[in-house]
Ligand binder design. Structure first.
Ligand SMILES: [Zn+2]
Length: 87
């Protein structure tokens, strides 16, 4: 049991590290979807590149609070300005 748990922790640790490297956009506006589709809508802004998303549909508020990956910052190589790696 203990070993299984440790394996799970290890896998989760790797997962979290990967997730942490994804730059996420934060919700700047949210509301109820007036159109057909999913019940919630939200817009997002990226604190790094200032990109703002269009209104997007979500099934739950939790998904909105989690934010979405920034399409600009996560496109190919991450931004070089704030990347401390010199290699
Ligand atoms: Zn961005």
């Amino acid at each position: 049991m203990t070993s299984d748990f440790q394996i799970q922790l290890g896998l989760e640790g790797i997962g979290l590290r990967r997730i942490a490297r994804i730059k996420r956009m934060r919700m700047i506006d949210a509301g109820t979807n007036p159109f057909q589709g999913l019940p919630h809508i939200a817009r997002f802004s990226c604190s790094r590149c200032s990109t703002e998303s269009d209104w997007m549909q979500f099934r739950t508020i939790s998904e909105i609070n989690r934010g979405i990956p920034c399409p600009t910052c996560n496109l190919g190589a991450p931004a070089t300005d704030q990347n401390q790696s010199t290699e």
